[in-house]
Design a protein around this ligand. Sequence first.
Ligand SMILES: Cc1cc2nc3c(=O)[nH]c(=O)nc-3n(C[C@H](O)[C@H](O)[C@H](O)COP(=O)(O)OP(=O)(O)OC[C@H]3O[C@@H](n4cnc5c(N)ncnc54)[C@H](O)[C@@H]3O)c2cc1C
Length: 710
Amino acid sequence: MEYMEGIIYPDSMLPGVAPSKRRAIYFSTAKTLAAIHRVDVNAIGLQKYGRRDNYCKRQVERWEKQYLASTGEGKPARYQRMLDLARWLKENVPEEDSSAGAGTGLVHGDFRADNLVFHPTEDRVIGVIDWELSTLGNQMCDVAYSCLPYIIDATLSERTSYGGFQHTGIPDGIPQLEEYLSVYCSFSARPWPAANWKFYVAFSLFRGASIYAGVYHRWTMGNASGGERAKFAGRIANTMVDCACDFINREHVLQKQPSMGFQVSAAPWQEFGREQEGSISTKDQGKFVPSEKVMHLRKKLMKFIEDHIYPMESEFYKLAQSTSRWTIHPEEETLKALAKKEGLWNLFIPLDSAARARKLLFEDGSLVSPGSSNDLLLGAGLTNLEYGYLCEIMGRSVWAPQIFNCAAPDTGNMEVLLRYGTKEQQKQWLVPLLEGKIRSGFAMTEPQVASSDATNIECSISRQGDFYVINGRKWWTSGAMDPRCKILILMGKTDFSAPKHKQQSMILVDINTPGVQIKRPLLVFGFDDAPHGHAEIVFENVRVPVTNILLGEGRGFEIAQGRLGPGRLHHCMRLIGAAERGMGLMVERALSRTAFGKRIAQHGSFLSDLAKCRIELEQARLLVLEAADQLDRHGNKKARGILAMAKVAAPNMALKVLDMAMQVHGAAGVSTDTVLSHLWATARTLRIADGPDEVHLGTIAKLELQRARL
Ligand SMILES: Cc1cc2nc3c(=O)[nH]c(=O)nc-3n(C[C@H](O)[C@H](O)[C@H](O)COP(=O)(O)OP(=O)(O)OC[C@H]3O[C@@H](n4cnc5c(N)ncnc54)[C@H](O)[C@@H]3O)c2cc1C
């Protein structure tokens, strides 16, 4: 046991808690119970903690005895229906109770809302208290007991009705009983409990009644621990008995199968796992089967995002919509430190680029980055294909990539410095970028010319002695509004008279150089993407040292090719993740919302649209993985056709899936109350940014025609 700082929700209706949080709280409760039930008691030395078999039989006898001891002559009145109930229970103990096999193990014994401690800011259980009644035995008793709020409201107070959610209506956001049970079944790998549900619920009410009868008895003697509220315990005890008797007499208590379009199969845990991972698995053999190492990182990333980033999203948005929007949320830096500690850092760096930087920067031992191992700074030694499986996960939240130091445009800029930077340029700019201490921008696009054709760029870079002087206007320089942005890679012309593809150069510009004027942040469908932003910037007689040129004058196109290949693919990978998130939210909504008498998930039109989304998503994923594989094996130039295909397919697919997800959410979908609209807006820009669709389609068609001519 240890002290845990957290929240306890004493009322299972969760008054004052937002609906989305209520849902998360209930699902976390179900997962926690499943986790307790999955504990291998032998492995932790608890095999002798109790007898596993005949748990219910023994429990009914024990609680009947307790009841008899708390009621009768000279004590509170004994209720005949309670004794009838005990008899019914003894006669109806499920057969499975007599064995010590599946479904038996660690039992908490008092698993209810106010025995759970939740994280102070995230909706997940961090502690389970009050293990006084724990033992080994039939775990379905815990499950039914945890479902009692649906059947009865047993809070101690003076009321006439004690109906549970099934009587009063489910508070907004709290899942249906069926959903709650499905989550439990999925996470515990237990079959759907319909067969003996009547018994387990009746037993839970019986046990509750016996406990309350004891509380009431102690109150009559003046020593109840619950204070004055204990005076209501007698009445609740009898209400529980009545409720159990009614329950037993009901024809239907739980659907035979979980409906709502999902089936709990023989191995629901595995099913759930597969769903969570999309089509990715290491179990099979084939071309796109990630290694154990990659799968390990993937799971770690997923957990990190679920545990640390999803719960912070609304906080990040709140700051980004406030008057302090252009500042960094302190938690962002904390999470970066945590990600680094967990080895989830700079994963985008391809093997070959890491090798060059390692040689230039670290081999002579002159440069050791304080607090971080050099190997960590240069990523995990992954190929583009391997990174594909990970980058996808980061795409699920617009806030995630930067936490792992894998956000655009920093990744592309680091890639340029890794591949083409001199030792001095690397020391000055690459190292702090790798460490996540500064951020960067890429300034190519100009408002006055069609910038999808970079030969149009007009910004001039002219040499004057030991300096280059830069004049021009750029816009959509992403990340330049970020207070941590210190360096820009600028593309401009060093020689207007040279052959078309030799006029351009790239140069490093310290954002604080005199003459760099940030004019305004641009908005994407109203999103300014604070605190990073997309800036319009004027460069007026900006003087930078000649040593800031990258690779040499006239080499801008050469660098652009190197920068854009992996960078483009990273966008595609993230779009797969954004679409996966959309799918998840869409399904969750469709399963929980009722329109015209049935769940949205039960309407035929939804099912066919959902299936089509899944088909398109899987198609796009395969294309993206294939492109990454070809990039690894053949390089940028040879892989340009498939890269172009992925770049067209991924945003179009993501837009379709996210649009459908928004549709299922109704008006909420187009609001900023869900992440969908922001993910959609970002996906829409990627039909333009990093080259419009038409340019990529042109590349694909050109290659196709060339092939026909060969
Ligand atoms: C959110 C966002 C972030 C961005 N971040 C950056 C950044 O960090 N740095 C940066 O430099 N730029 C950035 N950009 C700019 C982006 O790269 C350019 O918008 C893109 O290259 C297109 O250039 P353009 O806007 O000048 O469109 P134009 O070149 O004017 O093209 C407009 C349209 O013309 C059509 N077209 C163009 N070429 C063809 C063709 N060959 N065949 C048929 N039709 C064609 C297409 O429909 C195209 O959409 C960003 C843009 C957005 C929206």
